[in-house]
Design a protein around this ligand. Structure first.
Ligand code: ARG
Length: 581
């Protein structure tokens, strides 16, 4: 068997199975090697069925031959079951050597794609002068987890926070600020966003009630667009206060976005007229009822009427679509992206499909550049209703986090052994991670309910459960004081819980690859929960520090391998790794 330091057992079994199949069926050119992780066995080789007609023998007989052709020690643990499955039980020695392989290299997994793919991840994208609300949770957390996941696999990841910082609403906002200088200055942090949103509401009310104000606002839009200094200055202040507020929230969430990742809509302003001209010259955009639009037969409403992508409105203004086209072109032409990801609400699916199609036609999105919209579902309140405050407002994200932290604090304080250290700090880490985990562990296209009690429970599929497993491992390592060197004799027996844990660890590489390939962090979450469970069973069934030296050392090494995988995975999905809790 081949023992590349990063290859998993599945790979070893596949290599051995391929050699065996080649021996059994030398004339079959490219034999399939279907190896699966099994429930009845560690692995299952299902090749016999596909070879039956070529070899004109019953699958069971072929399966027997495959077993006989497997190398030792794998052959000893292999047998035929049912109509022709080959069940493989990995020998103890290979399992312990697998643990050694985990500890032999620094990285628990090797990137499997060509390093250097430039991937732009567009995520978060909040709107200036409004606070973050529950709707931003997934756009932010999913994007952040995917960015780390892809970077870990060797991509050069460029984060883009496509801030909503431009549009006619700023005329209103700037005008309101200009007329109410007494309402400045704004408090720093998320409080500034609350204050700004409050002013936004007042400005909107004044706009609707007072025709004079509305008129002045329209004038202000023109002033802003023509670069009026004073107007731009007020606008800039609103933007920078907002960015600082978002930053405080990202920091609390442990989100990697920085102010350098901000690529606001306003930044594309200057190129929009030229961009639309190009589309018109290329015949991609046509005039329709006074607006400039891109039509595509693929995009029609239920009656079959084509739905335009409006790149220039009747009033001459440019909107969301034109800006996204400009951003896309910039990402490909200037940032050198090979792949563009957009982590945005599924309600914008058609928008992105249309933007991508228009960009392909315009030649801004070459065939070898992939553009993917990564949609996600809605977060409802605990009763399954749209998330609103009693007055019908959106619920600010920081309120949700506060609720989760408060609940976590309660749960922690009521435990038989409450945290030794700073309860508030642990509660903050547990509460925020609980929200993050609940979000990321849900298949992203599904809607879910924000149920704080479930999120912060020590029982069940929660972030807390995983954090607790990690903290237990940390405590165990502290007690043991260091990881023993490789066992010179790995031929010891392997307990059921050890076997299950090692095999679970062995599946990590495949899960990372699959999560990355499908842009689905929930697969990684499910894996980590399963790992924490396997570890908990092991912890309950297999004494570590009190075992005889050889067993103790082996188990300590297994614990360390578990710690590494858990730590790696928790970092990617963004759960705080508490050494004590
Ligand atoms: N600001 C937008 C919204 O709130 C999200 C931006 C998403 N990214 C993009 N490139 N359009 O809906």
């Amino acid at each position: 068997m081949e023992h590349s330091p990063v290859a998993d057992l599945a790979h070893d079994v596949e290599t051995a199975a391929l050699a065996a199949i080649r021996g059994v069926a030398p004339d079959v050119e490219r034999p399939a090697v279907p190896v699966r992780r099994g429930e009845r066995a560690d692995f299952q080789i299902d090749a016999a069925f596909g070879l039956a007609s070529a070899l004109s023998a019953p699958p069971r007989v072929i399966a027997e031959r495959i077993v006989a052709a497997l190398p030792l020690p794998l052959r000893d643990g292999a047998d035929v079951s049912g109509p022709g499955f080959v069940n493989v039980r990995v020998p103890a020695e290979s399992l312990w050597r697998r643990v050694d392989r985990f500890l032999a290299v620094d990285s628990v997994v090797a990137p499997d794609r060509v390093p250097g793919t430039v991937t732009v991840v567009d995520y978060a994208g909040p709107n200036v002068a409004k606070r973050l609300h529950v709707g931003h949770l997934r756009a932010t957390l999913l994007g952040d987890a995917l960015a780390r996941l892809l970077a870990d696999r060797g991509d050069v990841v460029i984060r883009q926070n496509h801030l909503g910082d431009w549009g006619t609403q700023f005329g209103m906002l700037v005008q309101y600020h200009a007329e109410h200088p007494e309402s400045a200055p704004l408090p720093p942090g998320p409080g500034a966003l609350d204050a700004l949103e409050d002013r936004y509401r007042r400005a909107r009310a004044a706009f609707d009630a007072d025709p004079g104000f509305a008129e002045r606002c329209r004038g202000r839009v023109v002033a802003l667009q023509s670069g009026d200094r004073e107007s731009l200055e007020v606008w800039r202040r609103i933007v920078s206060v907002s960015v600082a507020g978002f930053q405080a929230e990202f920091h609390r969430l442990g989100v990697d976005l920085t102010p350098e990742d901000v690529a606001g809509e306003s930044g594309y302003n200057a190129v929009l007229p030229g961009l639309v001209d190009e589309l018109v010259d290329a015949g991609v955009a046509v005039e329709s009822r006074g607006a400039w639009c891109v039509f595509d037969d693929d995009f029609t409403d239920p009656e079959g009427t084509p739905v335009p992508l409006i790149v220039r409105k009747r009033d001459g203004g440019f909107g969301y679509a034109a800006t996204d086209l400009a951003a896309l072109r910039h990402r490909v032409a200037v940032l050198g992206a090979h792949r563009l990801l957009y982590v945005v609400d599924q309600r914008q699916s058609r928008h992105f499909a249309q933007v991508f199609a228009a960009a392909r036609r315009a030649g801004w999105l070459p065939d070898d550049v992939e553009a993917v919209h990564i949609p996600f579902g809605t977060v409802f309140d605990h009763a399954g209703r749209p998330f609103k405050t009693r007055s019908g407002d959106t619920v600010p994200l920081h309120d949700l986090l506060d609720t989760a932290v408060a609940r976590a604090r309660q749960v922690l304080a009521e435990r038989p052994a409450p945290p030794e250290g700073d309860l508030d700090a642990v509660a903050e880490a547990v509460g925020v991670s609980a929200v993050k985990y609940a979000d990321l562990a849900t298949s992203r296209t599904r809607d879910y309910r924000f149920d704080v009690d479930r999120m912060v429970s020590f029982q069940g599929d929660t972030g807390v459960y995983i954090q607790y497993a990690y903290a237990r491992i940390a405590a165990l390592s502290r007690r043991a004081g260091g990881v023993p060197a490789a066992d010179c004799d790995p031929r010891g027996p392997v307990a059921d819980a050890e076997r299950a844990l090692i095999l679970h660890l062995d599946g990590y590489r495949a899960v990372l690859a699959e999560s990355a390939r499908r842009y689905e962090p929930h697969r990684l979450c499910g894996y980590l929960y399963g790992l924490a469970r396997s570890f908990t069973t092991f912890y309950e069934e297999c004494p570590v520090t009190t075992a005889e030296p050889v067993v103790r050392n082996r188990r300590l090494r297994l614990v360390e391998a578990t710690r590494r995988v858990l730590s790696h995975g928790m970092r990617i999905i963004g759960l705080t790794r508490l050494e004590r809790m």
